[in-house]
Design a protein around this ligand. Sequence first.
Ligand code: T4K
Length: 375
Amino acid sequence: MSSRDPLFVTRPTLPPFEEVQPALEKIWQSRLLTNGGPFLQRFEQALAGHLGVAHISLVANATLGTVLAMRQAGITGGEVVTTPFSFVATSHAIRWAGAEPVFADIDPVTLNLDPASAAAAITPRTRAILAVHCFGVPCDTAGLASVARDHGLPLFYDAAHAFGVRDGAESVLSHGDASVLSFHATKVFNTLEGGAVILPDRGAKLALDRLANHGIEDEETIPDLGMNAKMNEISAAIGLAQLPHVSDDIAARAEVARRYWDGLSGVAGIRCLCPPARPGQNHYAFPILVGPDYPWTRGRLIEHLKADGILARRYFYPLISDLPLYRDLPSSAPEGLPVARRAAEEVLCLPIFPDLAKADQARVIDVVRDAFQAP
Ligand code: T4K
């Protein structure tokens, strides 16, 4: 990328076109475009092997995958305890599943759902907990599992950001009653649009597959209120072609993260959320928290970056609980959620993607450091 182009917060990675072309030709010849075709079958198997998990259902996107993961577990109403510090799809999925979100506060270190706050938000109407591995940083999975177990609740993970993330020796996707990955264009691994639901057993996987195909069991038997959430054959073929490249992509992201860390971790008032030395990361994002000791406000930093063509983004501001759709819920009260509120005021995601040029990245670091030179 030339330094004259706008520098986006992310850029999709695509496999070399010639590696996808033969698959596209096969799809054109076979005219099998969707509904569980051969590329989907192959991709599903290859992905399970790559991620080290046994039961995967591919879906059209993570939002539908999350709705169906909850429906598959029998959620049709009541309340679901969740984090307000996420992309709006997390709470929208709860509403589409027929339940109401109840917001609990986040942990100040991970910015993920705080188990104690989640426990305090549980009422007799609670049907589940939906946590998010925000920016690919693992949640306190042991703490959340213990809360879920104590209250007899299913625990779901929005793992949209967590492709390939490991938590110790294990895939972070092996926790809970379902984890949902996003393969949207902006993610570490993309199929243009797409997603996957990781489930604990084959029965749950088959139930989710059926829900994603209108609830159809066979031509005459349609027992469930399903929907259309199927991944198509072109997305599956792109996924298959991406898979051999994703480890190199993550390694390239790790180098970008390392350079940000070297350039910014000592800057007064700036906290880098994801120290690159932490093992098992995928470096989906490079979030910084712009604190009171930094000379500029976050807004002023954004303006300075923009003036240099750098389009950093406030993921996630506003809090979901402050959106008109959700702000009248009792758990959205302004005096609640202090940690999430502060994170939303301070967070800024800097550009990160595998082929981010060193010179472009140096510009980002320079602008952040400029605050100490400017009058
Ligand atoms: N849960 C969480 C925690 C999520 O973060 C998300 C999605 C979901 C669930 C839902 O997953 P899916 O149902 O989508 O599978 C973007 C993405 O659209 C969204 O998928 C993502 N989270 C969110 C964090 O970011 P926007 O509105 O900020 O996207 P946009 O279009 O401004 O894109 C950001 C930048 O990426 C652009 O400035 C340029 C670059 N870009 C984007 C696209 C789409 C490209 O270079 N090429 C592209 O094709 O939401």
